[in-house]
Design a protein around this ligand. Structure first.
Ligand code: PLP
Length: 292
């Protein structure tokens, strides 16, 4: 099957020890054209909800545990009922069965606050084009202020910077602004001068034998791809470090990437119009490791 798949999930409380047949009975495939929300759903009206996007290659989803853990953490941050992770895992497995067994795809998990009688939940599975030219050609980025300091995660948790919320209008606006500036993507910066993350990706720099990424307490989402890459890079002898990254280091490093679950590692070739060093050999190893 190559068409997009939509799977509705009737939420089971997280503490219910539901047997496998009950988990399966709580899932229902619907035609992709069938309406699944009322006009009054808080997800549609206010972007009040959370999501996850998993990358799939050759029938296997990468980092299911990490994505489910982040879904659970986002639910806590938004005071949403805890998701039943066994149920969501069952949903991911059902979608993997329905998607093509070769090539690449993405699976999205969505929870909205609903209409007042409990959350609205669904999953989608979408086959994606197998070639991502950005993985080899690279991307030019524009640095764009996020409008707050790097300690926002600690000092203003209600801004939800570490949660993967449905309110991505700002992230999409940043991508459009980057394109207006002649770039392909953006790197958000803090008002106190630190590089944070892309609108839909994590930032990694190489400085000699050391790989650096911003620590999550500095107002960013904990990236599952970055975590997988750090495990791989440590296993092949690199040192991996979490710390604050002054914006100037984007220009001074030996290589830089924006990494995410579906596009994987995209090497940054220019920052605000200035060309920077790339490491295409390491990029190829990183993407091969993620696809393996
Ligand atoms: N940061 C933000 C703001 C994101 O939206 C994403 C993914 O969409 C990431 C980082 C990368 O996360 P992951 O590697 O888990 O896809």
């Amino acid at each position: 099957m190559t068409t997009p798949q939509v799977l509705l999930l009737s939420p089971i409380p997280a503490d219910a020890d539901a047997p496998e047949n009950a988990l399966r009975a709580s899932l229902r495939f619907v035609p992709p054209t069938e309406p699944i929300l009322t006009a009054f759903d808080a997800g549609a009206g206010r972007g009040d909800g959370i999501f996850e996007t998993l990358g799939v290659s050759d029938g296997r989803a990468r980092g299911i545990d990490a994505h489910l853990a982040r879904l659970e953490a986002s639910a806590v941050k938004l005071d949403l009922p805890a998701p039943n992770l066994a149920q969501w895992r069952e949903g991911v497995e059902a979608l993997l069965d329905a998607l093509p067994s070769t090539g690449q795809a993405s699976i999205r998990l969505v929870i909205t606050r609903g209409t007042g009688s409990g959350p609205t939940c669904w999953l989608t599975g979408t086959p994606v084009a197998s070639d991502f030219p950005e993985r080899t050609d690279g991307i030019r980025v524009a640095t764009l202020s996020r409008g707050y300091a790097n300690d926002v995660g600690e000092n203003a948790p209600w801004l939800l910077v570490g949660a993967k919320t449905l309110s991505y209008a700002v992230h999409m606006a940043a991508l459009r602004e980057a394109k207006r500036r002649g770039a392909d993507d953006a790197v958000f910066t803090s008002t106190d001068g630190f590089a944070l993350e892309g609108p839909t990706s994590s930032l990694i720099l190489r400085q000699g034998n050391t790989l650096v990424t911003p620590a999550i307490q500095h107002g960013i989402l904990a990236g599952t791809t970055q975590a997988d890459l750090f495990s791989f890079l440590e296993s092949v002898g690199f040192e991996c470090v979490y710390r604050r990254i002054p914006v100037g280091e984007l220009l001074q490093s030996d290589a830089a990437w924006l990494v995410s679950s579906v596009r994987l590692a995209a090497p940054i070739t220019a920052v605000d119009g200035t060309a920077i060093l790339t490491d295409l050999a390491l990029t190829a190893r990183m993407n091969a490791a993620l696809l393996a």
